[in-house]
Write a protein that binds this ligand. Structure first.
Ligand code: DC
Length: 229
């Protein structure tokens, strides 16, 4: 019999973490948690309340509002994943826009934001049988996870994937704009003082620039089996 484990997936933006995590959760019957969605929801809240613009960031007001931001995931069987609910509102679509992507890394540098979200993430993973993706899952949220994956791909490959995704949804973006956002987020995510994106020493690195989704899934399922034996 196999027991349930914790799977932590970290890596740069648009490395396909969520695609892999969703596939794994489905195959294994685990719960999938997209922690980026939680940071994105806080960014959306800050934007809606005028706490963050191109020119300024009123960090103190955001920190004071944190107790009033309630985040929940609601599983949608027809989609095969859980959508983000912020204060009882479905914000799944709004949190994926390029505007939110432009502010989210800044929001993710705030210690109080990270403390709140990490606590909620640890609570969600208490019972194991979870696949969680983000930037600090194997290093901060679940340092004892039985399996840690660190995903990479070139900035060009990632920007192209994100560009395809956004344009398929009808967003009017240019490749250059998306590429600039990817590079900027990489920089902020790896250089922030609190929980920067780093590969945990015991994480297994996968560069999927030249890998199909199926190849990647097969590779990781074999790793799950090994972590379980
Ligand atoms: O995975 P994503 O692109 O949706 O994440 C959005 C942003 O949130 C990303 O730029 C960095 C931040 N983030 C983080 O700091 N820690 C996490 N565990 C997840 C995301």
């Amino acid at each position: 019999m196999t027991s349930k484990i914790t799977i932590a997936i970290d890596g740069f933006s648009s490395t396909g973490k969520s695609t892999l995590a969703k596939q794994l959760a489905k195959e294994l019957g685990y719960v999938y948690v997209d922690t980026g969605a939680m940071y994105r929801a806080i960014a959306l809240f800050a934007m809606q309340n005028g706490y963050i613009t191109e020119e300024f960031f009123d960090k103190e007001s955001l920190i004071h509002s944190l107790p009033f931001i309630r985040l929940q995931f609601e599983y949608k069987p027809e989609l095969g994943f859980a959508i983000m609910i912020m204060n009882d509102m479905d914000v799944e679509k709004e949190i994926r826009t390029i505007e939110v992507s432009g502010f989210v890394s800044k929001i993710a540098t705030v210690d109080e934001v990270r403390a709140k979200l990490v606590e909620q993430q640890q609570e969600m993973g208490k019972g194991k049988g979870i696949v969680m993706d983000g930037r600090d899952i194997g290093t901060v949220v679940f340092p004892d996870a039985e399996l840690k994956i660190y995903m990479t791909a070139t900035a060009e490959t990632r920007a192209q994937r994100r560009f395809d995704e956004l344009t398929q949804k009808g967003d009017a973006v240019t490749y250059e704009e998306v590429y600039a956002n990817v590079v900027e987020r990489d920089y902020i995510d790896t250089h922030r003082a609190n929980s920067p994106l780093v590969k945990a020493p015991d994480a297994i690195e996968i560069d999927n620039s030249d890998m199909t989704r199926e190849e990647q899934l097969a590779l990781v399922l074999a790793l799950v089996q090994k972590a379980n034996s």
